[in-house]
Design a protein. Structure first.
Length: 303
């Protein structure tokens, strides 16, 4: 029998999110996304069927909710997020005997058309970085940030959260904490190292104040840069270089694609990106294949 004290959906969701945070160590963004998905389902169950008990939820209820969201115009990728959230939520409750059955177990994941990630080519990256002036602290900071993102393939959150003691310039590596609270060591490269050294010597000291902590990259007020601010900086700097639609993850995609195109092993790229599954990294093989096919069509006489 299901436990009596978890008779309301919102209480079950709270307990599950706590599990994601404390036992799984998943990011706040992931916790928030999952909560939004589950609370949307819970609100619909209560308003449509007066269901507040997770044990009363059936597979048909969830299927009807997904059909409603699809009819409302929700994209397949967003529907998949809801399905995944429902699956792991009810699997959690069932495994702990908090519900008598798992209504989400048989739900299929919606098929999603796979899009190849956008990338900059090597000349565009070079022009982008070289366009950033280094005659002031913010220019030194921004150039070091972009050199680091491209050299190491970091997620923007990993870069924003990175501390000085994670940086090992003599060895040309940085230690970062990524998804699932997993730590990895990633090479910097000589140009990124030089840009970071210049920023640390001539840029960061001008941004430090009494409340500054140990973050590598600082705002004009001496605090940690938010991921949103990093996005804004990169977008603005790219536009000044004549590049539209540039965002931090585009540099991560470019990092992986350029490594693969120059002969790097896919498993090594997986390690540097911090992907738990090699299948996630394999998307870059499709990018490389697409590039080779385009070159063949352009230059082969019977292409």
């Amino acid at each position: 029998m299901a436990a009596v004290f978890l008779w309301r959906m919102n209480e079950a969701i709270d307990r599950f999110i706590l599990y994601l945070a404390t036992e799984r160590g998943l990011s706040e963004n992931y916790q928030l996304s999952t909560r939004i998905s589950l609370e949307g389902l819970g609100d619909w169950l209560e308003s449509t069927h007066r269901i507040t008990d997770p044990n009363a939820v059936t597979t048909q209820h969830i299927a009807d909710y997904l059909a409603q969201r699809k009819a409302d115009g929700l994209a397949p990728a967003s529907i998949k997020v809801i399905v995944v959230a429902a699956k792991i939520f009810f699997r959690f409750l069932h495994a702990r005997q908090l519900v008598d059955h798992d209504p989400a177990a048989v739900l299929p994941l919606p098929r999603i058309e796979q899009y190849l990630p956008e990338t900059l080519n090597e000349a565009q990256v070079e022009a982008f970085i070289e366009s950033i002036p280094t005659n002031d602290p913010l220019g030194l900071r921004d150039r070091a940030m972009i050199e680091l993102l491209y050299a190491s393939g970091l997620r923007v959150s990993e870069m924003a959260n990175a501390q000085l003691d994670q940086l090992h310039l003599e060895e040309k590596v940085i230690r970062v904490t990524g998804k699932g609270n997993k730590t990895r060591v990633v090479p910097l490269g000589s140009k990124a190292r030089a840009a970071i050294e210049a920023y640390l010597e001539n840029g960061r000291p001008h941004l430090v104040n009494r409340r500054t902590k140990g973050h590598i990259f600082l705002s004009v007020r001496g605090g940690k840069l938010t991921t949103v601010r990093c996005w804004q900086i990169i977008k603005t700097r790219a536009e000044h270089a004549g590049l539209k639609g540039v965002y931090p993850h585009l540099l991560r995609h470019s990092f992986a694609t350029h490594l693969l195109g120059n002969g790097a092993d896919l498993r090594i790229i997986q390690e540097m990106l911090g992907h738990a599954d090699i299948s996630t990294t394999q998307i870059y093989t499709h990018v490389e294949q697409a590039r080779l096919k385009a070159i063949h069509r352009q230059f082969h006489p019977r292409g």
